[in-house]
Design a binder for this molecule. Structure first.
Ligand SMILES: Nc1nc2c(c(=O)[nH]1)N[C@H]1C(S)=C(S)[C@@H](COP(=O)(O)OP(=O)(O)OC[C@H]3O[C@@H](n4cnc5c(=O)[nH]c(N)nc54)[C@H](O)[C@@H]3O)O[C@H]1N2
Ligand SMILES: Nc1nc2c(c(=O)[nH]1)N[C@H]1C(S)=C(S)[C@@H](COP(=O)(O)OP(=O)(O)OC[C@H]3O[C@@H](n4cnc5c(=O)[nH]c(N)nc54)[C@H](O)[C@@H]3O)O[C@H]1N2
Ligand SMILES: [Mo]
Length: 758
């Protein structure tokens, strides 16, 4: 019998569907709080239109033929947050010391509005002062040239930058002499970028939007599209209404995956009706996906033995290697281990296998619940195994769908933001530009921070983002940032990384996606690549937030010219006409043939995806099955009193950008200092809903703690607890990573919990 929970301030269960009128109201609020209301409708209408700009909210594609504006609450938040009428001016900086600003919350810092002028930090006054663009470039160039080795510099990229800006950024760093490219992807889908090439020969998703129209089964594992990929909800809603089974694996009940009212659907809106999304919802234990996936595959092999016709034998024989080893490992895996680690019953996993065995076209979509684990890469390869068993590549309605993070994070990687460049790419750079780029592998995000902690890295140039807040263990990262000789941030809004000043620190304000980018040759557009490998144009329409802003492309070019006086690259010329940059991309990276023409066609073009033609760019030329050793994550031992903490995003947040303090669908309002717990775990710890707890990380060398967090009862798998990122990063060890991809294990932190004050 459910007893009535006691009242806890700001905690109110949310009973309605996701989407619907609540989403429209939240959009109106975002507009009201950030923008002059008259300008807003026009801006929102231009989001993701052939003649408009690419939504900075997420990397989900749009139907090329979509003529009405695709409604999306969180896209509206991302757009209005950038198109805000609030400003952070030189007068603002004159009023506040950096020490004062550091006391404010992440939400407060960004909510001051758009940066308007290039600024430089002055230690004597502890304030930022305005500086001219050329003077800033000259000082940055000088500081870079003063380093003993180019490998003392780190070039960070957050996936908002355009292909053009990202390409120039990597060119700049490589001519300067380093492959140190920490990027947000290293904290995000690196497991996909490392794992999928081993399995299917390319580190990208293989499905298109059309495939969702033909799928007979969708598995949704470890992602929360109602918040993070809201436009995907339209696709899932359509599939659910076609009665396509959608099977969800997620430790937490996420409202949008249960029930959704599509704000585009007039009938649902008018009648207050909604659609059930998940046909079955399995609350797998955090970190239990590997066990669950192995269980499904084990059951599938049994079905094959019993009745045959389950596996795609022709596909396996013609296109794959490694099946026997996989089958042997699955046979040897005990159901008791699978059940214990996944938290799911054998018959439940057999049920999934039975549905999978009859689906002629299956898509598996997944997100951070799969990748941000110390077995992240191995997890991704298990998903590929599952799909390969029934030939779910290279046919309509089937494939793998990693949900990318930042709107152009995939494009950044395609155009060369990688610490492990291929030899063929470096050769082409050498041929086209005439300098010899460095060959050795550089730093990813965690290694870059390690180098900063150890004092080996002396300079950090950030093409967007908030590196110190995004990475684990702020105590280590914040201290390391302050030891730098040079830090440079290209950003739209003030954040904490900007304020962790080194000897010389520059804030360089950039044009946003929504704004017109005028260069000497006329207004420019940029290009981006979405989650489904579609490359298309994006052109802002709003007047820039300040007359002093420059485009990311122009700023990268300006810094490069100042740092590389001998360079043969016409940096400033390139920045006046982005067609010229695209020509260079075409000459150095395969798949961009006829770039300037093809990207002018509405909807753009698709990058090559060999698996969709059943071609496999692996060393063997075949798709590869792989074996996941055992069923658990690499944390031993796992004592009974240790819970597994996952860090999650709220509905009012974009990574480290906190739009507001609510998480509507999870029933949390006006606060973020909560720990989601299963009622039996509360009871086992002698806790009640609403009690304050202290959390301590149960592994690693450093003592990591978070105090006075309110534990609340929530529908979450037993043994798993959840708290908000970035606050909970104080609990994540910097060295607790997936060894294959370097991704921090943000979703499997072993923790102990006790009532505060005991
Ligand atoms: N509005 C908005 N949009 C965004 C972002 C944002 O912050 N706000 N961020 C962007 C970025 S960079 C990214 S990477 C994506 C992130 O998009 P998602 O991948 O959806 O990211 P998360 O919110 O981190 O959490 C994912 C889900 O994984 C579940 N989960 C946690 N651990 C496990 C596990 O072990 N197994 C399984 N099966 N599930 C688990 C959580 O309960 C949660 O529902 O979204 C992008 N879009
Ligand atoms: N505990 C925990 N930590 C995590 C995660 C998690 O799930 N849990 N998720 C990880 C993931 S998936 C990611 S991707 C990283 C995110 O890491 P980042 O990408 O570094 O962080 P963001 O919060 O997206 O960066 C926000 C800043 O970007 C700047 N910005 C916004 N728009 C633009 C623009 O158009 N151009 C430029 N130049 N700057 C702009 C603004 O100044 C803003 O303050 O965090 C990771 N950290
Ligand atoms: Mo991400």
């Amino acid at each position: 019998m459910a007893t009535k929970l006691r009242e806890v301030p700001g905690i109110r269960p949310y009973d309605g569907p996701a989407g619907g009128w609540g989403a429209l109201k939240a959009t109106a609020q975002a507009v009201y709080q950030q923008m002059q209301v008259v300008a807003a409708p026009g801006v929102l209408m231009r989001t993701n239109q052939p003649t408009g700009f690419d939504c900075p909210g997420c990397a989900w594609p749009d139907k090329e033929h979509h003529s009405t504006f695709q409604f999306c609450e969180n896209g509206a938040k991302a757009v209005t947050w950038e198109a805000t009428s609030k400003r952070v001016t030189p007068e603002f900086f004159a009023r506040h010391t950096v020490t004062e600003l550091l006391k404010l919350s992440d939400h407060q810092l960004e909510d001051f509005g758009r940066l308007t002028h290039p600024m430089v930090y002055d230690a004597a006054t502890d304030k930022f002062h305005p500086i001219g663009w050329d003077a800033a470039y000259a000082r940055i160039g000088q500081a870079l040239r003063a380093l003993e080795s180019p490998d003392q510099a780190e070039f960070y990229a957050s996936g908002r930058a355009s292909n053009e800006a990202a390409y120039l950024f990597q060119l700049f760093a490589r001519e300067y002499g380093t492959n140190n490219f920490p990027d947000c992807s290293n904290m995000c889908h690196e497991a996909t970028s490392v794992g999928l090439p081993q399995s299917i020969g390319i580190g990208k998703g293989t499905v298109s939007l059309d495939d969702f129209d033909h799928a007979e089964l969708i598995l949704s594992i470890g992602h929360n599209p109602g918040t993070n990929h809201p436009r995907m909800m339209g696709t899932l809603h359509e599939a659910a209404r076609r009665k396509v089974p959608i099977i969800v694996f997620n430790p937490m009940r996420e409202r949008a995956l249960e029930r959704f009212a599509d704000p585009q659907n007039m009938v649902e809106m008018a009648t207050f009706r909604s659609t059930d999304i998940a046909s079955t919802y399995y609350q797998v234990k955090a970190g239990g996906d590997a066990a669950a996936l192995k269980g499904i595959m084990k059951a599938l092999l049994v079905l094959e033995d019993e009745r045959g016709g389950v596996l795609d034998h022709d596909f396996i024989a013609e296109h794959t290697l490694g099946f026997d080893a996989l089958a042997a490992d699955l046979q040897a895996t005990e159901w008791s281990d699978i059940e214990r680690e996944s938290g799911l019953r054998r018959d439940e996993l057999e049920q999934v296998a039975a549905i999978y065995a009859t689906s002629k076209a299956t898509i598996v979509a997944y997100g951070m619940g799969i990748t941000q684990h110390n077995t992240g890469t191995a997890n991704v390869k298990l998903i590929a195994n599952l799909l390969l068993l029934r030939g779910n590549f290279g046919k309509p309605g089937a494939g793998i769908c990693p949900l990318r993070g930042h709107s152009n994070v995939q494009g950044n990687r395609t155009v060369g933001i990688t610490e492990k460049p291929t030899e063929s790419f470096l050769k082409r750079i050498e041929e086209v530009f005439g300098f010899t780029p460095p060959r050795g592998h550089g730093h990813d995000a965690v290694k870059a921070m390690d180098a900063m902690v150890e004092g080996k890295a002396r300079a950090l140039i950030c093409l967007g983002g908030n590196i110190a807040v995004a990475l684990p263990d702020p105590e280590l990262c914040f201290t390391a940032m302050k030891q730098l000789a040079l830090s440079v941030h290209l950003g739209t809004k003030l954040n904490r990384s900007h304020l962790l000043v080194g000897q010389e620190t520059f804030l360089l304000p950039v044009l946003g996606r929504t704004e017109v980018d005028r260069q000497a040759s006329g207004p420019q557009f940029v290009t981006v690549e979405d989650s489904m490998s579609m490359v298309h144009a994006s052109a802002g329409k709003l007047e820039p937030a300040s007359a002093f802003l420059r485009s990311e492309t122009a700023i990268v070019a300006g810094m490069a010219r100042a740092a590389l006086p001998e360079s043969q690259v016409d940096w400033l010329g390139l920045a006046t006409d982005y067609d010229r940059i695209r020509d260079l991309i075409e000459r150095t990276i395969p798949g961009f043939d006829d770039y300037n023409r093809r990207v002018r066609v509405p909807g753009g073009f698709r990058m090559p995806l060999p698996p969709t033609e059943r071609k496999w760019n692996t060393p063997s030329g075949k798709a590869m099955f792989s074996v996941f050793e055992g069923v658990r994550e690499r944390y031993e031992p796992w004592p009974d009193d240790v819970l597994r903490l996952v860090t999650i995003r709220s509905h009012d947040q974009y990574n480290t950008t906190i739009y507001g303090m609510d998480d509507r669908y999870r029933g949390v309002f006006g606060r973020r200092d909560v720990l989601f717990m299963h009622e039996d775990d509360l009871a086992a710890h002698g806790l009640e809903h609403g009690d304050k707890v202290d959390i301590e990380t149960a592994s690693g060398k450093r003592r990591l703690r978070m105090e006075n967090i309110t534990a609340i009862q929530y529908s979450i798998a037993r043994g798993s607890v959840a708290a908000y990122y970035p606050e909970a990063n104080v609990l994540v060890p910097l060295d607790y990573i997936d060894q294959d991809s370097g991704t921090p294990s943000y979703k499997s932190i072993p923790v102990r919990i006790r009532k505060s004050g005991t």
